[in-house]
Design a binder for this molecule. Structure first.
Ligand code: SF4
Ligand code: SF4
Length: 306
């Protein structure tokens, strides 16, 4: 039996995805030009892995030889929750309040691929969630999940930007979903609200200045020029998404149980300095916070505390 767009859509929604879109597996020429110009300006800071596998990022047939389409999927992770805003607590980015999205989405993607293969054994696929040389945001845009906002996240008209993105490269030919035009208009709320001026021009974020990068991926010290500019963020930063009118108006709570948690919403700074490596591993074993490692989390807590 042939797999149709409708079948994929139906199965993905049943598994807990909120958005599904399709695009042709064409070369990402313009997107790669933008990436190269971003890299040339060293906006990727210490993320040297971004410089690698440019050819695969551009051409998904180097990942799956017979690639014909890319299925883009979005999964809402929004949960309501207010911060105490007390100086003794550090704020955690909303995406890390619950279980690590990789673990949740990998499982659902595997299940989706198994179900599609059962319909047609000729269906071949490789899936990616934010890892590997795949331009998932570019594919999400091409697959009609939304447009790239000036803060560089994908915004969907129905649910805003609080969603994770996955990409499935497949040998199957699907009908493409129409692209969504940019609806940022004259708004500059995210640019104006960013406390470190990391959105250096519309649609361009300089990781060297971004609290998200500085508190998570960054392996070095946090430069002193950002002292008193972190607004209490210990892991990641949501300011540019919090102020976005599309989120203020359209964010709805996720139904995915693993994300419906506020357990790690904030972290008491003094508890971080006392944390041992084994306690850290045990506490954040299935949390995205493990990405910062204990050393990074301690550095962030000290940066906020001093
Ligand atoms: S995540 Fe925070 S620091 Fe980074 S661009 Fe957005 S508002 Fe600025
Ligand atoms: S805050 Fe405004 S400019 Fe920024 S992404 Fe949202 S709509 Fe676009």
């Amino acid at each position: 039996m042939k797999i149709t767009n409708e079948i994929v859509h139906h199965k993905a929604i049943a598994l807990g995805f909120d958005l599904v879109g399709f695009s042709k597996a064409e070369l990402l020429t313009e997107e790669i030009d933008n990436l190269k110009s971003w890299l040339d300006k060293s906006h990727h800071s210490g993320m040297s892995y971004m410089e690698r596998n440019i050819d695969k990022r551009q051409d998904v047939s180097l990942i799956l030889e017979d690639a014909k389409s890319v299925i883009s999927l979005g999964m809402n992770y929004y949960v309501k929750g207010e911060f105490s805003n007390l100086p003794e607590f550090g704020k955690v980015s909303r995406y890390a309040w619950g279980k690590d999205y990789h673990l949740v989405m990998w499982e659902k993607l595997d299940e989706l691929i198994i179900e599609l293969k059962e319909i047609d054994p000729k269906f071949e696929a490789k899936s990616y969630v934010d890892t590997g040389p795949v331009m998932d945001k570019a594919w999400a845009k091409r697959g009609g999940l939304g447009w790239v906002g000036k803060h560089s996240n994908i915004i969907n008209k129905q649910i805003g930007s609080w969603f994770f993105i996955a990409a499935i490269i497949t040998n199957y030919e699907f009908e493409s979903t129409p692209i969504i035009t940019d609806h940022c208009g004259s708004c500059t709320a995210c640019i104006d609200a960013c406390p470190t001026n990391a959105i250096v021009e519309p649609y361009v974020v300089d990781a060297n200045k971004c609290i998200s990068y500085l508190t998570i991926e960054n392996k070095g010290e946090i430069p002193n020029e950002f002292k008193d500019k972190f607004e209490g963020w210990i892991f990641g930063c949501d300011i540019c998404q919090d102020v976005c009118p599309w989120n203020k108006k359209f964010a709805t709570e996720t139904l995915v149980e693993e994300f419906r948690s506020t357990e790690n919403k904030e972290i008491e700074l003094t508890t971080v300095s006392e944390l041992t490596n084994s306690q850290f591993k045990k506490k954040y074993f299935t949390s995205p916070i493990s990405r910062a490692r204990l050393k990074g989390l301690k550095r962030n807590a000290e940066f906020l505390d001093n």
